[in-house]
Design a protein around this ligand. Structure first.
Ligand code: ADP
Ligand code: MG
Length: 740
């Protein structure tokens, strides 16, 4: 008899009920190739089928319910050429409800018999004062079911970011006799193509049941006893069986915790082992000298004192670069918290120790702005700073490339252009990456290679800055190999921005407010959304809005910028605003990054419901840069979805970027979070949810850290089980390659 490990790698084709056709479908649609894959295809929700409602109890806001009764009659409504709506009037003796088919009605009329008992399953709603269930799932009923029909029904729905269904019960065209005992029934996501070929959730359930019958031996454990025991985790065999067929809600919860932990734990173990490997393999350059360049800047050029948070982070960086290990540090700090300054000082330390430094930004505008800022701060000092972006060409480009090779260019600021192969440094010692979320792990690795020619075993130090704060649990997963520093303090003298929500209908009072601010000498941003998919109508909105504003404010001068303008025109318009020649800048999100006008005190965001939270926060960060009270006004129409409502409320409540990022993650889920797709971290988690399972992420991290600390070379027999499981996961799960 094959061991259960062998059984799990069996081709899914040989499972009873599958065969070559379904195998193709399962593989193409869900990536299920083996028994093991099916075992790990978890239900997306469960319905407690031990409970049955009465029609008279139903309301329009209930989740999935089941009702037992019979069809009284059918009615057919014409809905235009070739289309009809079929309604079955259905009763259980307590009341009457309607079953409705917008398609497949013909099939329903033919197959469901008037007067015969059915169990109907679906989500009730109210139409014309009558309860109805659209596209119900129907089952012929045995005597046993009728007996139970007094109880209540509840549906336990498992939210999943990967839900292919929107939570509706699928229309099920074939009748099943109910042979399962009445317990919690699993529901599996299936795709349209699968449904068309009759591979429904119910068929999936049957396949899983067939699988369970094959898996008589206990499934192998993947986590050592001493961990499962300490954390009171359910064993793997029980968890995998319970996740498909839970005994009850409590067992289901324990099974889910166990499987989530396992998933997160191996992700963390993988990341931490990778980080530990890197540390053992590569040294970092030792910068133990704080020399004239740094000191001149710090004592003679720095126009203000560092904040406490900036000082703390500088200490952390200095400790890192002197340690002999490669620094891999993520610097998080809200917009305007002074990260750029910290990065500059880190680069100056590299120069003092005879190395070059570079700073990489995601856009040309940002790179140019960094260059300007740095050049200004270093004015009068003997440090050569150059800019390299895609538009730097020809002779100038060659000069810079030569300067990098001979070491005379000490700081290079640029975009992705820096990672091209033609760019080689003499001694690159410090790499700063701004707005990390747009650079993946692979790109970071490419930067390291730039120093390989000079040293095989040492790597430049890496400082990654992000103004989009990343919640701790996400950072742990996304950038788990990085140490994290946080600047959680703004430079002194800044007043918190006041944020308010205004409905479109109240614009005139908003205009009055704007007028008052401008009369006091301030400037104002007014932002319109520009989303690529609806670019045309958005641009029209912007143009119309601009015209309206011109009429509203005949006494002021307005600028207008958007991404479709020629760079030179855009730059010119922007400069007019910067110089104070215009008082109002009407713009699209092009101003999200890159503009710094301390005199601007009002940020108006039109159609704010169309922006994501982090985008709103970034936009708001454009004001509040001077000493004056600043304002952010979010304008929306009346029709707000619940999620939008929450977003607006959070914005009005707090200026804290971390709280906003946390909320954003909860509202949207990590897959949607700006930039995570490009980050190189595969979010292919089957059951855990980084947004909601923060505590489990932390637990998994702690356990993994303990193990890597104790067994950094990964060869202790005590952890044999774990290391071999990790190897196995590497072999079977392609997505892991993205992480390491
Ligand atoms: P970030 O990159 O975090 O958005 P910046 O480094 O661009 O922030 O700093 C924002 C502004 O605050 C800049 O004008 C900068 O000169 C100023 N600044 C930075 N640190 C301090 C400080 N310690 N005290 C006063 N102003 C500061
Ligand atoms: Mg910045």
């Amino acid at each position: 008899m094959p061991s259960s490990v062998d059984i799990l790698s069996q081709d899914i084709m040989y499972l009873p009920g599958v065969g070559p056709n379904r195998k193709k479908l399962l593989s193409a649609e869900l990536g299920i190739e083996t028994y093991g894959d099916l075992l790990e295809y978890y239900p997306y929700k469960y319905v407690d089928r031990s409970k049955i409602y009465k029609v008279s109890e139903l309301t329009g806001d209930m989740p999935f319910v089941q009702v037992v009764g019979h069809i009284l009659s059918f009615e057919t409504f014409d809905m235009g050429p070739g289309r009809e709506r079929v309604v079955a009037h259905f009763s259980d003796g307590t009341d009457i409800m309607d079953l409705v088919w917008f398609n497949g009605g013909k099939y329903a009329k033919q197959n469901y018999k008037i007067g015969k008992d059915y169990m109907v399953f679906g989500r009730p709603s109210v139409f014309n004062n009558r309860i109805q269930v659209q596209h119900p799932e129907m089952e012929a009923v045995s005597e046993e079911l009728r007996v139970k029909s007094e109880e209540f029904a509840t549906a336990i729905s498992v939210p999943s970011p990967h839900s292919l269904l929107d939570g509706r019960a699928e229309a099920n065209s074939s009748l099943f006799t109910l042979n399962s005992s009445l317990t919690m029934r699993p529901y599996y996501n299936t795709t349209e193509r699968m449904k068309k070929q009759n591979l429904t959730s119910r068929s999936m359930e049957k396949l899983v049941r067939n699988l369970m019958e094959k898996l008589r031996d206990p499934l192998p454990e993947t986590i050592p006893d001493f961990i499962t025991a300490r954390l009171h985790l359910m064993n793997r065999d029980l968890a995998l069986r319970n996740i498909h067929y839970p005994q009850n809600a409590k067992e289901l919860e324990r099974a889910r915790v166990r499987l989530k932990f396992e998933e997160l734990f191996f992700v963390q173990l993988n990341i931490l082992r990778y980080a530990s490997d890197q540390r053992r393999k590569y040294r970092g350059y030792v910068f133990n000298r704080i020399g004239p360049v740094f000191n001149t800047f710090y004592y003679d050029h720095l126009p203000f004192n560092l904040t406490g948070a900036q000082k703390r982070v500088m200490h952390e960086i200095r400790r890192d670069v002197a340690s002999g290990r490669q620094m891999n540090r993520l610097l998080q700090g809200d917009v305007g918290s002074g990260k750029t300054l910290v990065a500059l000082m880190a680069m100056l330390i590299a120069i003092d120790n005879g190395y070059q430094a570079c700073m990489m930004a995601p856009t040309e505008i940002l790179a140019e702005q960094h260059l300007t800022t740095i050049a200004e701060l270093l004015q009068g000092m003997d440090v050569r700073v150059e800019l390299l972006t895609g538009i730097v060409k020809g002779k100038k480009r060659q000069e810079i490339l030569d300067g990098l090779l001979d070491g005379s260019v000490q700081i290079l600021v640029g975009t992705h252009a820096i990672i091209e192969d033609t760019v080689q440094f003499r001694r690159l010692g410090m790499v700063v990456i701004d707005e990390q979320h747009r650079f993946g792990v692979a790109q970071r690795a490419k930067l390291w290679e730039k120093s390989r020619p000079t040293s095989q075993s040492s790597l430049p130090h890496i400082l990654v800055m992000t103004a989009t704060p990343i919640p701790r649990t996400l950072a742990m997963t996304l950038y788990g190999d990085l140490d994290v520093s946080v600047i959680d303090e703004l430079p002194p003298g800044r007043k918190p921005i006041q944020t308010t929500h205004v409905f479109e209908s109240r614009l005139s009072s908003l205009y009055d407010g704007i007028r008052r601010q401008i009369r006091q000498g301030r400037q104002v941003y007014i932002v319109f959304p520009l989303i690529e998919e609806s670019e045309k109508s958005d641009l029209k909105n912007l143009e119309q809005g601009f015209e309206t504003l011109r009429q509203v404010f005949p006494e002021f001068r307005l600028s207008k910028v958007h991404g479709r303008m020629k760079p030179r025109d855009k730059e010119e318009e922007m400069q007019r605003f910067v110089r104070g020649e215009t008082q109002i800048l009407v713009a699209t999100t092009v101003i999200e990054v890159g503009v710094n006008v301390p005199n601007a005190s009002v940020m108006v965001i039109m159609d704010a419901q169309r922006f994501g939270l982090s985008q709103l926060h970034q936009l708001r960060g454009r004001v509040g840069r001077g000493a004056d009270q600043s304002f952010c006004i979010l304008v929306t129409n009346y029709k707000l979805s619940e999620v939008t409502r929450k977003r607006i409320d959070i914005m009005c409540e707090t200026n804290d970027g971390f709280r906003i990022a946390e909320a954003d993650l909860k509202l949207r889920g990590p897959g949607d979070l700006e930039g995570t797709q490009q980050s190189g971290m595969a979010f292919d988690l089957k059951i855990a949810d980084i947004a909601r399972d923060g505590q489990l992420v932390q637990m998994a991290r702690d356990e993994a850290q303990r193990i890597v600390d104790e067994d950094p070379t990964c060869n202790s027999p005590k952890y044999e089980l774990l290391w071999s499981r990790l190897e196995q996961l590497h072999k079977t799960n392609v997505n892991w390659s993205a992480i390491s």
